[in-house]
Write a protein that binds this ligand. Structure first.
Ligand code: ATP
Ligand code: LTN
Length: 339
């Protein structure tokens, strides 16, 4: 066994993923990628690009663009600091065990559990025709997680309910067919797990909303000028209070963005902005964001243009994911009486 593999096998396992539904925004970065990178040395990490989840909203996906969007997410993982020597990166649809386990888990998951999911309720409300994939979305997510005997799932606040459901599905499978699946836990950062839209601080910042509204989100590929402009237009209020506890949602969102990018304690931030106006706050927030994402952007475009490197990383990731996931899938099939 080589040294890298032995070290990976001894650490608790992390699994997480992002949908290739467009360019990533600072919410994805703060809630997910930054957490992955900060904890990378502690765990055996598996990071997936969940293209099968992305097709649950068919009108958001153009078949001609999907492969490129997958590459863009992979390049962004690497540019943010995911190191392929420490982490496995792969594309969900290239590892068929995900769909296969999802089907089996669908057969042990009550529909009522799925109908209660808040993401399903909000996304299905926006569709003319609701496809079964949207309802079964969290079952595929459970399959992703459970296939790798995952210990920890680092995600933003919006995915907490789905990780809870994965735990319930695993417990139900284990009680029906005997203990087979490991019960995972979510990892959610205390502050910054739900970054809000700049145009509407009551709505979560999301890739899909960013496609429709220009000033909704800061994309990780935005230029410094665009970032300054978007933040200068961010919705605030008329009361002028710069405090984490008392501020309105828009101002609190800006303070949280500052806190997560600057890494400074909240008291120090409040002290710094005391008596200063929102114009100053917005300028400072833009600068901390620009400073951190500038080097990421340089790496991103370089990696995106290096197709052979990207392909090599994804090929290696696929090979490890195929091997690991087959072991759990075989056990599950065995327990359930399938050949
Ligand atoms: P879409 O609009 O296509 O559903 P999204 O922007 O909500 O996309 P996902 O691909 O669903 O992004 O999420 C990837 C990761 O980023 C998940 O861990 C999710 O919890 C996290 N995340 C998404 N939006 C935010 C946000 N606004 N704040 C913090 N974390 C977020
Ligand atoms: N549903 C998640 C993406 C996702 C995921 C996963 C996250 C799919 N499978 C497994 C963690 C673990 C989202 O962010 N929308």
């Amino acid at each position: 066994m080589n040294k890298q593999k032995k070290q990976q096998d001894e650490k608790p396992r992390v699994f997480s993923g992002v949908q290739p539904t467009g360019i990533l925004h600072i919410g994805n970065y703060i809630g997910a990628l930054k957490v992955w990178v900060e904890n990378q040395d502690l765990y055996d990490n598996i990071f997936c690009i969940v293209d099968l989840h992305a097709i649950t909203i068919p009108e958001a996906i153009n078949p001609k663009d999907l492969k490129q969007q997958v590459r863009e997410v992979a390049a962004m993982y690497l540019a943010c600091g995911i190191d392929p020597k420490k982490s496995t990166i792969f594309v969900q649809s290239e590892v068929p065990s995900h769909s296969e386990l999802a089907w089996i888990l669908n057969c042990v998951t009550p529909i009522s559990w799925l109908e209660k999911m808040t993401q399903y309720k909000s996304k299905s409300g926006k569709q003319k025709t609701v496809n079964a994939g949207l309802l079964n979305y969290p079952v595929l997510m459970a399959a992703d997680i459970l296939l790798y005997e995952t210990d920890i799932v680092p995600v933003g606040e919006d995915q907490k309910q789905h990780v809870e459901l994965s735990r319930d599905i695993a417990r139900r499978f284990n009680s029906l067919f005997g203990t087979t699946l490991k019960i995972p836990k979510s990892m959610i950062r205390k502050s910054g797990a739900r970054i809000m839209g700049l145009d509407n601080p009551l709505q979560k910042m999301s890739k899909s909303a960013a496609i429709k509204k220009n000033d909704h989100a800061i994309m990780l590929t935005d230029s410094p000028e665009i970032i300054r402009k978007k933040i200068s237009k961010a919705v605030t209020d008329a009361n002028g209070e710069i405090s984490f506890r008392k501020a309105s949602p828009g101002v609190k969102n800006l303070l949280t963005i500052h806190e997560t990018f600057s890494g400074k304690p909240t008291l120090e931030i409040e002290e710094y902005f005391k008596g200063k106006g929102y114009g100053f706050l917005k300028k400072e927030v833009a600068e901390v964001v620009i400073n951190e994402i500038r080097p990421i952007q340089e790496k991103y475009f370089q990696i995106l243009n290096d197709k052979p490197y990207l392909e090599k990383v994804l090929e290696q990731g696929k090979s490890r994911a195929l091997g690991l996931s087959n072991i759990v899938l075989r056990n599950v099939k065995n327990q359930i009486g399938l050949s």
